[in-house]
Design a protein around this ligand. Structure first.
Ligand code: ZN
Ligand code: ZN
Ligand code: FE
Length: 762
């Protein structure tokens, strides 16, 4: 009886627009001899099909198992309907429904088909730097409003030529309704300029940029979500000049190479790492170096890993195309000076980067939304986000529990915000450190943009407990203006909830939260950061915390690890031995001033920060006395760790306190015996891992809880993470790691959403 025609109505939700979904449905239906139609609606894609049961079943199987590459299907609803009289299968015009929304695709790296055409001399788009199709290219960064159609993107000003127009309207073409479709006849163009002088256009511009790069110059390159600063990574003079011109920070520069084979020469690349490098997102992947490379030492000072990405736009491929005597590794760092957001408009880049870049590889496709490169590393063979941005944002995450439409404003550093709608959480791209006007402005305009794109009218506003964070102040004022409920969430509680939500934890059951972090305001007014919480979305108990110690200069201490070391020694009654590196690092005058600050308790708030403990140990043993960015001393302490050392410092704990005084006694003793820094670092890491595991065992014996969530910036330390993970696994715990949002403050906003909704409900 299977040949009798049947009807079925299908609704598909998720990222199904702008990703070649309708051509895919058209092709599949035609191939299976089904009739009916497909159309975009404001909430997804609607399909009506007539055909044999076998055909319909095959259609649904294919839809589920082999959807288009960039589609992300959240839900397929299919209902039988009476068969209708269709002659064929057609694509109907889009249906606009009020108040509905569709998730928007992030910007995607160039696909294999487009990359092949780019280098095919017979192709219409041969060497065209903006070739793209429905499977690849810019999306989020060019969208001004929805529905996602060309007039509402920054491509609106480019009128399609007959060739592009034909492909755009052909349902069987790979570029059917590819909104950024373009070619050299009708689309954006590149040019090269320096000091306000237009020097070359099109292919010549790319070749000139290559010549300048080869000659050791620094080039600003306009990409998908902003400008990069590029130079030859082996040219130490160029790399050093770039670092000096960007000012101050020693933060690692990201690198780009034409192919994974080239990266293999410099770093270990596991199959899982290769897969992530080559994924449609093309993030920066942190890879272990092979050592002894001829790359400039100024790329990632003091680090054992390098951040590599593959070319993700056709322009990158043309710029990096291998040739004899042409460099094979390029610095591709964000186009900014150290503290500011990345430049993304032409005028801003030409102005702000004028003192950094020798030349500019420009183009006339406007960028609507600034999007930084994402940064990932592999933990346990799976991606672990450090910065979630291009390629990932604004992908919707699934909320594990119901929530009102909520705006959560995140924290201060590495800020992201989150807006929710139905069961979706739109965690923003990386905004940056909310420490200056420019970043605050992009935070505010970003919120407005997301509200408009995803049709969110928040009914609840959440922010951090810290009253001085600019994100908190913004939220507070917004709540006042709109009379919406406003809930402030403790920083480490938010970390814990973020990790739970990240793992789809769908109950209010408590877990053990190892929230090891830099700093966040505690409920008692103390700056927290080394916290063992027991709790969930609905609340928490602060079960253990590090001993309190003074933080000289408050937040400013992050730049002065040596001062932290001395403050900790003083606090725990240990001598400032003049032979200790941290003591030597301060001149006599500074020491006297510090001593006076400590004894009179002037500007020395107490902290239980785990990040600052790392800083103190790093400085104490002579690794780093002053830092140019948060976490630098800790990163270098991890780099120094000797993996062959099995011993651990003993870190005892009392009823509520993790005692760090004995830890310092042991380190001081090791220093006096001239123990190597590699050994001290290893004993420190091993001691922390053992302590964390022992605390979890203690809590399990009291409460029977077996799930442990790792959250907070300290878990960017892979050495500590793997050691602790290993011990907990051995003891039968379930460990929850961040997988979708960063473990650092870039994940905070997601936790704020869940907690604020629970608080409001009770
Ligand atoms: Zn493509
Ligand atoms: Zn064209
Ligand atoms: Fe934090």
């Amino acid at each position: 009886m299977t040949d009798l025609p049947q009807g079925v109505q299908i609704k598909v939700k998720g990222i199904v627009q702008g990703v070649g979904f309708r051509p895919f449905v058209f092709g599949l239906a035609t191939q299976l001899h089904l009739t009916g139609w497909v159309r975009n609606s404001s909430s997804g894609v609607d399909i009506l099909l007539n055909g044999s049961i076998d055909g319909l079943q095959a259609f649904l199987d294919q839809l589920t198992s082999h959807p288009p590459a960039l589609a992300k299907i959240d839900l397929i609803i299919s209902n039988p309907v009476p068969p209708q009289d269709f002659a064929d299968f057609t694509i109907l015009p889009s249906l606009v429904e009020e108040g509905q929304f569709v998730p928007i695709s992030p910007d995607m790296s160039i696909c294999a088909d487009c990359a092949r055409e780019l280098f095919d001399p017979t192709d219409h788009r041969y060497r065209y730097p903006f070739i793209n199709c429905t499977n690849c290219g810019p999306r989020f960064s060019i969208i001004q409003d929805i529905p996602y159609d060309r007039p509402k993107t920054t491509m609106a000003g480019f009128k399609m030529c007959p060739v592009c127009d034909k492909e755009y309207h052909d349902p069987l073409n790979r570029r059917f309704h590819a909104q950024p479709i373009a070619c050299d006849d009708c689309g954006p163009k590149v040019w090269f300029e320096s000091k306000g002088e237009h020097l070359a256009a099109r292919e010549d511009a790319i070749q000139m940029a290559r010549t300048w790069l080869r000659a050791g110059k620094i080039i600003a390159v306009k990409g998908i979500g902003g400008f990069h600063l590029a130079c030859d990574a082996k040219n130490d003079k160029a790399v050093t000049a770039l670092r000096n011109r960007k000012k101050r920070s020693d933060k690692a520069f990201a690198l780009m190479a034409f192919s994974e084979e080239i990266i293999q020469r410099y770093c270990e690349v596991s199959p899982a790492e290769a897969e992530l490098l080559e994924s449609p997102q093309h993030p920066i992947v942190l890879l272990e170096t092979r050592g002894n490379s001829d790359l400039s030492a100024n790329i990632a000072p003091g680090q054992a890993s390098l951040g590599f990405m593959l070319p993700y736009t056709p322009l990158h491929l043309l710029l990096l195309e291998p040739a004899p005597d042409f460099p094979e590794i390029f610095v591709m760092t964000s186009g900014n000076t150290s503290e500011e957001p990345v430049a993304y408009t032409d005028a801003d880049a030409l102005n702000r980067l004028a003192g950094i870049a020798d030349g500019f590889l420009m183009n006339d496709r406007p960028i609507h939304m600034r999007v930084d490169d994402s940064v990932y590393r592999l933990i346990k063979e799976k991606p672990y986000p450090i910065r979630r941005s291009r390629g990932y944002a604004p992908d919707a995450l699934q909320l594990p529990l119901p929530a009102l439409p909520t705006l959560a404003c995140g924290a201060e550093l590495k800020n992201t915000f989150c807006l929710t709608q139905e069961s979706y959480a739109f965690v923003s791209h990386h905004i940056g450190d909310l420490e200056n006007y420019e970043t605050l402005a992009s935070f505010e305009s970003g919120i407005e943009h997301y509200k408009r794109l995803f049709r969110v009218e928040p009914q609840l506003i959440a922010a951090d407990l810290h009253p001085d964070y600019l994100s908190t102040k913004y939220a507070q004022e917004l709540a006042k203006r709109t009379a919406l409920p406003f809930i402030q969430v403790q920083h480490h509680h938010a970390h814990l909830a973020a990790c739970l939500a990240d793992n789809g934890w769908a109950s209010l059951d408590p877990v053990i939260g190892l929230t090891f972090d830099g700093t966040g305001l505690g409920t008692d007014g103390v700056i927290w950061g080394g916290e063992v919480l027991v709790g969930g979305y609905a609340g928490f108990e602060r079960r253990y915390h590090l001993s309190e110690a003074p933080l000289p200069g408050g937040e400013a201490a992050i730049r002065h690890p040596a001062r932290i070391a001395l403050a900790y020694l003083d606090h725990f009654g240990l001598e400032w031995n003049p032979e200790f590196a941290a003591v030597e690092a301060l001149c006599a005058q500074d020491r006297i001033m510090l001593q006076s600050m400590l004894s009179h308790k002037i500007n020395t708030p107490l902290t239980t920060s785990m990040g600052r403990l790392f800083d103190a140990v790093s400085a104490l043993i002579g690794i780093r006395a002053t830092a140019t960015y948060e976490g630098q001393a800790a990163i270098e302490l991890e780099t120094a760790c000797d993996a062959s050392v099995p011993e651990a410092y003993s870190i005892p704990f009392s009823k509520e306190e993790i005692l760090i005084s004995p830890l310092f006694q042991q380190i001081v003793k090791d220093l006096e015996q001239n123990t190597s820094v590699g050994t001290i670092s290893a004993r420190f890491h091993n001691g922390l891992a053992r302590m964390a595991a022992d605390l979890c065992s203690q809590i399990r014996s009291e409460k029977g809880i077996r799930a442990v969530a790792f959250s907070g910036g300290v878990w960017q330390n892979k050495t500590l993470l793997l050691k602790t993970f290993y011990l907990l696994e051995q003891r039968g715990f379930t460990v929850l790691l961040h997988r979708q949002v960063p473990t650092n403050d870039g994940g905070i906003c997601l936790g704020q959403v869940l907690i604020a909704n629970q608080i409001l409900n009770n």
